[in-house]
Design a protein around this ligand. Sequence first.
Ligand SMILES: Cc1cc2nc3c(=O)[nH]c(=O)nc-3n(C[C@H](O)[C@H](O)[C@H](O)COP(=O)(O)OP(=O)(O)OC[C@H]3O[C@@H](n4cnc5c(N)ncnc54)[C@H](O)[C@@H]3O)c2cc1C
Length: 307
Amino acid sequence: MLRALLLALAKSSRLRRWITSNGTTRRMAHRFVPGEELAAAIEAARACNRAGMTVSLDHLGENVVTREDAERARASYTDALDRIAADGVEGNLSLKLTHLGLDLGGEFCAEQLRIVTLRAQESGNFVRVDMEGSAYTDRTLRIVKQARAETAAVGTVIQSYLYRSEDDIRELLGIDCRIRLVKGAYKEPSRIAFRRKKDVDANFIKLMKILLPSGIYHALATHDPNMIEAAIRFAAEQNITKDKFEFQMLYGIRTDLQSRLVRQGYRVRVYIPFGKDWFPYFMRRLAERPANLLFFAKNFLRGSARK
Ligand SMILES: Cc1cc2nc3c(=O)[nH]c(=O)nc-3n(C[C@H](O)[C@H](O)[C@H](O)COP(=O)(O)OP(=O)(O)OC[C@H]3O[C@@H](n4cnc5c(N)ncnc54)[C@H](O)[C@@H]3O)c2cc1C
C-alpha cells in the first residue's frame, strides 16, 4: 500500500516542487544522490574506485517533452563518457530512454542512443539502458536490439517482477546482449507482474540461473542478501569464477554489503546518479524501504525544528 502510494506520488509535480526546493530534503537526498553536477559524481566514483569498486554514472532525468531536452541529455552523456575517459575513472554509463526522447518517437530516440553508444565504443566503454515502467518495455527492447546489432557497447536491464522476463532474456541471449537483472522498481498490475516478494525473489533466482552459465558478462543488481547468497552458491556449484559476472548496488545503499563482497573477491559496481532531476529516483528509493521513509520523516522534522 505504502509502496504504491509513494510510487504514485513520484508523479506529482506539486510534491516535486516542494521537495526539491526544500533545503532539508535536498540535503537528505544526498544520501542517494551525491550531487547535481557531473563533478560530484566523478568525485563519488573516485572514492568507489579507491574502495575497489567500479561505477555506473547516471545523469538523472526521464520523460523529457522536447527534442531540445533530449538532445541536451544526449550531450550530457557523451560529455560524461569523455570525462570518464579523461579522468581514468573505472566506470560506465546508465541511462533511461525516456530521457533521450522515447516519448517523442522511437526513431528519434534510437538515433540519440546510437550517438551515445558509438562514443562509448570509441572509448572502449559501455552503456547500460535502464528498464522503465512496463509501458516502455517493448520499445526499450526493440531499440536496444537495434543498437546491439551495431555495437557490443550496449546492454540493458530485465526485471524479475514481470512474467515476460524469461522470454525476453532468452531473446537477448540470442544476440549476446549483456543483461543487468533487477527485481523492478515501478508500480505494475498483477496482470503482468508478480506482486508478492516471494514470487519476485523466486523468479530472480530462476533468471539468475539462466544468466550466469550463458558465458556472457552479466550483472546482478540487488541489495538482498538472500539473492546474493543464492548467486554465490550457484556460481560455486557451476564453477563460474568471480570474474565472470558482477554485483551492482545503488550509491548509499548497503555500503557494508558492498565492502564485504569486495573483500570476498567479487566484482561490485556502484550505480551513481547525479543531476537536478532527482525527485522520481528519490521517491523510488523511499518506496523500496519503509525504514527510509521513517528516516526521511525524522530528519525532516529535526531539520525543520532547527530553523
Ligand atoms: C544498480 C541497480 C540498477 C537498477 N536499475 C533498475 C532499472 O533499470 N529498472 C528498475 O526497474 N529497477 C532498477 N533497480 C531497482 C531494483 O529494481 C529494485 O527496486 C531495488 O534494487 C530494490 O530491490 P532489491 O533487489 O535490493 O531487494 P528488496 O527485496 O527490495 O530489498 C532487500 C534488502 O535490500 C535493502 N534495500 C533495498 N532497497 C533499499 C533502499 N532503497 N534503501 C535501503 N535499503 C534497501 C534492504 O536491506 C532490504 O531488506 C536497480 C537497482 C540497482 C541496485
